[in-house]
Design a protein around this ligand. Structure first.
Ligand code: G3P
Length: 222
């Protein structure tokens, strides 16, 4: 079933958490980074392959080299893991050079560590499939993360730019709602934040009252 909504990528290398959300149809893709690989305690090639077996959408796997030539070699190795790999490169000149090379070969590329609209314009020109602006880390440093999403939306829409805005470093349910209001194409969020979207104090209170009243009826449905 085709659902028209903001896309959800899960920002984790925790296979069990990905599987749980994927079974609910909540996963349009996955993003990983070196810190998330460390947290998983797994080998990058093995865990990424396992994730690609579960999820059919783009799975971002990040290079760790800092010069373009080595980044390209690492990215080509990561791309061999599965057809749905999006090679993740940092927003540096070397990363943009590698992005251009990967895009020319038909690979999906996620340009990460984006903190300005100027950087997002460069990523689009280098052929990025996704640009990853980090909202939470901007907020942590007293910038407004959602303002950046808004700015990138404006400049991309001015030129029908095909690069998708993948809002990253999501820390709260409100971040996700703000991104959806602005029109980010994708949010990547930790599983706990996606699950927290279901929570509302009035839902809990309402259910408590309904169940108490139901008990008083003495009825059963089954
Ligand atoms: O995928 C990268 C990004 O989402 C990192 O988030 O919370 O470490 O800033 P965070």
């Amino acid at each position: 079933m085709q659902v028209n909504s903001i896309k959800f990528f899960v920002d984790t290398a925790d296979v069990a958490a990905i599987r749980e959300l994927n079974d609910l149809g909540m996963v349009d893709g996955v993003t990983t980074n070196p810190s998330l690989i460390l947290k998983s305690g797994r080998n990058i090639l093995e865990v990424t392959r396992e994730i690609c077996d579960i999820v059919s959408g783009p799975v971002s796997a990040e290079v760790v080299a800092t010069d373009a030539k080595e980044m390209i070699a690492e990215g080509m190795k990561l791309a061999k893991i599965a057809k749905n790999i999006a090679i993740k490169v940092p927003l540096t000149w070397a990363g943009l050079t590698a992005c251009k090379a990967f895009a020319s070969e038909g690979h999906m590329v996620n340009v990460t560590l984006c903190f300005s609209a100027a950087q997002a314009i460069l990523a689009a020109k280098a052929g990025a499939t996704f640009i990853s602006p980090f909202i939470g880390r901007l907020d942590d440093n007293n910038f407004d993360g959602t303002d950046l999403i808004e700015d990138i939306r404006i400049v991309y829409d001015n030129y029908d730019t095909r690069t998708q805005i993948l809002a990253a470093s999501i820390r709260s349910v409100n971040h996700i709602v703000d991104c959806a209001k602005i029109g980010a194409d994708v949010v990547t969020a930790p599983p706990a934040v996606i699950k927290a979207m279901a929570n509302h104090i009035l839902t809990d209170k309402g259910l408590e009252v309904f169940l108490a009243d139901w008990a008083k009826t003495g009825q059963k449905i089954l």
